[in-house]
Design a protein around this ligand. Structure first.
Ligand SMILES: *[C@@H]1O[C@H](CO)[C@@H](O)[C@H](O)[C@H]1NC(C)=O
Ligand SMILES: *[C@@H]1O[C@H](CO)[C@@H](O)[C@H](O)[C@H]1NC(C)=O
Ligand SMILES: *[C@@H]1O[C@H](CO)[C@@H](O)[C@H](O)[C@H]1NC(C)=O
Ligand SMILES: *[C@@H]1O[C@H](CO)[C@@H](O)[C@H](O)[C@H]1NC(C)=O
Length: 512
C-alpha cells in the first residue's frame, strides 16, 4: 500500500473460507534445539524451545518462581515444531534474498553500533554512547519479544495453569520476502495458515478456542489483512494472517492497529528503537543527557518525498524545511535520492543526533499512520508532531502512553502535554504554517512537553533481552505482558470483549 492510505477492510463481509481444510501436521515432536541466524559473520544461537535450552539463564529461577509474585501472571510458551521455526537455516524465509533473518543478530537487537567518531560519515554523532545502542531493524520485535519471554520470571510448563499462552511464531519475518509484488495465495498465506491449523489442533487451544493465546506480528496490522477473493489477483501487499479465524481469537500485537475497528482485533505496541539498555542507571544517564542536550533546530524531519506528490503532506514538510534556512530552524535527513539517501537514513547515530538537537520532530503519515521514527523521537527527547489522529500515541500505543505516576499523583493523563497535533488538511489547505505554529510555543512550554517525552523513554524502549536487567524499571515489554494478561483474564471471566471494548482499562462503550 505504498503511498496510499490503507482502506478499512470489509470486516462484515468476511467469509469463513477455510472450513473443512484443516491441515493436521503430525510431525515427530523431537527437539530441534538450535535455531540459527547468521549474518555478517555473526551467528546467534537461540534455543527454540525453552526446555531444550542448555543456556537458559538461571533454570532454577524459571522452574521455581516465587509463587506469590507470580500468581495470576504465569505464561506458557508453546513449543513449536521445527518447521515453524521461520528463520531456521535453510528455511524459505532464511534462504530468500530479501530475508531479514540475518539482521536479527544479538537476540534481535542487530549489530552493536560502531563507536562514534570512527566513521566520518556518521557525523557529529557523539551524543549516542558506545554501549546499549544497536542498529536494530524495525521488524525485529518478534525476535526480541521471544527472547524476553524466555527470561520472563513466571513461565510455566503447564498451559492450564497459565494466565496466557505465548506463541513464538514470526509472521512478519515469514511474510517479509513476499510482502508486496506478484505472489499467489499459497505463497502469501500458506506458511502462517499451516501454523494456525497446527496451533488450533492442540489440546491447549480447545479450552478457550485459543482466546488465551497471544503472539507478536511485527508489521502494521494492514499488512496482515489482505482478503483473498476467489480468482483474485496476485498483486498488492500483505497476507491474510489477521483475518484467519484462529488469529481473530488470539490477542495479536502489531506495530499499528486499525483505530476505527470495534471490537479491536489487534493491539499496537511500540516499534523497537535503537536503545536497549541493561540497567536502569544507563537509562537515567541517557535521560539526563537528553534533558541537557542543546537543541539548535526548531524542528526536524527524517524521511523521503513520495513520487509525483502522492503524499502531499511530505512535500509540504520538505517545503517548510527548505524555506527555513534564513532562520536555520529545520534539520532534515533526506532519505530520498536512492541508495545514498537510504544509507544516510539508516545511520542511527546520525538520526539520533539530529533528533536530539531538535525541539520538535515531524511525524507525518507514510505508508501507514504510525512511524518507527515517532518512537526514535521519544528516545531523543524530541517532541513529536503528529498530522493525523491515527498517528498519535493515544490512539496507537495507549498501553504505553499512559503515565501511571502522573495518575497516582491525581493528575489526569489528559493534562499531560507531550506532543503537538497539526491537522494535515490545514497544512495542505495553507491554513497552517508549520514553522509558525511551532515557534509559538514558549521555551517553558517546550521544556514542559519535553520533560513528559523524556519520562516516556523507559516505557517505549525494549531492554536488552539477553541479560537480567539491573535495577527496577518497567519497559515496553513489561507493560505489554501485564496488559495482555489483564485482557486475557477478562476474557476468561466471560466478559464479552466482542461487544465491550476497553480504553485505558475502562469500559467506554457497550452495545447492549
Ligand atoms: C576505527 O576502526 C578501525 C577498524 O575499523 C580501528 O582499527 C580503529 O582503531 C578505529 N578508530 C577509532 C578512533 O576508534
Ligand atoms: C503459487 O506460486 C508458486 C511459486 O511461484 C508456484 O510454485 C505454485 O504452483 C503457485 N500455486 C498456485 C495455486 O498457483
Ligand atoms: C474462537 O472462539 C470461539 C469462542 O470460544 C469458538 O467457538 C471458536 O471455535 C474459536 N475459533 C477457532 C478457530 O478455534
Ligand atoms: C510520475 O509521473 C511521471 C510523468 O507523469 C510518470 O512517467 C511516472 O511513471 C510517475 N511515477 C510514479 C511512481 O507514479
Amino acid at each position: 500500500m505504498d503511498g496510499n492510505y490503507p482502506k478499512v477492510p470489509k470486516y462484515f463481509l468476511y467469509v469463513l473460507f477455510i472450513l473443512g481444510s484443516w491441515l493436521l501436521i503430525c510431525l515427530l515432536h523431537f527437539r530441534q534445539p538450535l535455531f540459527q541466524l547468521s549474518g555478517s559473520g555473526v551467528v546467534v544461537i537461540l534455543p527454540f524451545s525453552r526446555h531444550a535450552s542448555s543456556s537458559a539463564p538461571d533454570d532454577d529461577r524459571l522452574s521455581t518462581p516465587s509463587s506469590s509474585s507470580c500468581d495470576g501472571r504465569y505464561v506458557h510458551m508453546v513449543d513449536l515444531p521445527p518447521q515453524f521455526d521461520v528463520c531456521a537455516e535453510g528455511s524459505p524465509a532464511f534462504n530468500s534474498e530479501h530475508s531479514i533473518c540475518p539482521l536479527m543478530s544479538n537476540a534481535g537487537l542487530g549489530p552493536v553500533l560502531t563507536p562514534a567518531g570512527n566513521h566520518s560519515d556518521d557525523g557529529d554523532a557523539g551524543i549516542v554512547p558506545n554501549t546499549g545502542w544497536y542498529n536494530t531493524n524495525q521488524y525485529a520485535l518478534e525476535v526480541i519479544f521471544h527472547h524476553r519471554v524466555r527470561l520472563y520470571e513466571c513461565l510455566t510448563e503447564d498451559p492450564v495453569a497459565a494466565a496466557a499462552v505465548y506463541v513464538p511464531y514470526y509472521p512478519a519475518m515469514e511474510l517479509h520476502p513476499h510482502t508486496c509484488g506478484l505472489f499467489n495465495a499459497t505463497v502469501r498465506d500458506g506458511a502462517s495458515e499451516q501454523l494456525l491449523r497446527w496451533l488450533s489442533s492442540r489440546p491447549a487451544w480447545a479450552a478457550l478456542g485459543g482466546r488465551d493465546h497471544f503472539m507478536v506480528a511485527s508489521k502494521t496490522s494492514w499488512m496482515f489483512r489482505r482478503e483473498v477473493v476467489d480468482g483474485g489477483d496476485d498483486t498488492g501487499c500483505g497476507n491474510s494472517f489477521l483475518v484467519q479465524p484462529e488469529s481473530r481469537n488470539m490477542t495479536v500485537l502489531t506495530y499499528e492497529t486499525v483505530i476505527w475497528e470495534r471490537p479491536q482485533q489487534d493491539f499496537a505496541v511500540p516499534y523497537p528503537s535503537y536503545f536497549h539498555p541493561s540497567s536502569a542507571g544507563e537509562v537515567a544517564e541517557w535521560q539526563a543527557r537528553m534533558r541537557a542536550a542543546p537543541r539548535p533546530w526548531l524542528f526536524a524531519f527524517a524521511g523521503a518525498r513520495r513520487p509525483n506528490g502522492t503524499l502531499a503532506i511530505r512535500d509540504r514538510i520538505f517545503d517548510a524545511c527548505d524555506a527555513a534556512p534564513p532562520r536555520r530552524s529545520c534539520g532534515k535527513l533526506d532519505c530520498g535520492h536512492g541508495l545514498e539517501g537510504s544509507i544516510t537514513c539508516r545511520s542511527p547515530r546520525k538520526l539520533m543526533s539530529l533528533f536530539a538537537s531538535s525541539r520538535f520532530c515531524l511525524q507525518p503519515p507514510g505508508d501507514s499512520f504510525m512511524r518507527r521514527s515517532s518512537v526514535d523521537a521519544v528516545m531523543a527527547g524530541c517532541i513529536p508532531v503528529f498530522f493525523h489522529e491515527a498517528s498519535t500515541f493515544e490512539q496507537q500505543y495507549r498501553w504505553h502512553e499512559r503515565d501511571p505516576d502522573s495518575e497516582r499523583n491525581g493528575r489526569s493523563n489528559n493534562d499531560r502535554r507531550y506532543y503537538v497535533f497539526i491537522d494535515q488538511d490545514d497544512v495542505l489547505q495553507g491554513k497552517v504554517n508549520i514553522e509558525e505554529a511551532l515557534s509559538r510555543y514558549t521555551d517553558g512550554e517546550v521544556a514542559g512537553m519535553r520533560e513528559e517525552v523524556i519520562k516516556m523513554i523507559p516505557r517505549f524502549l525494549y531492554k536488552d533481552p539477553r541479560v537480567r536487567f539491573a535495577g527496577d524499571m518497567r519497559d515496553a515489554f513489561d507493560i505489554t505482558i501485564d496488559e495482555v494478561i489483564a485482557r486475557i483474564s477478562r476474557i476468561k471471566n466471560g466478559e464479552n470483549l466482542g461487544r465491550t471494548y476497553y480504553s485505558d482499562g475502562a469500559v467506554i462503550a457497550n452495545g447492549s
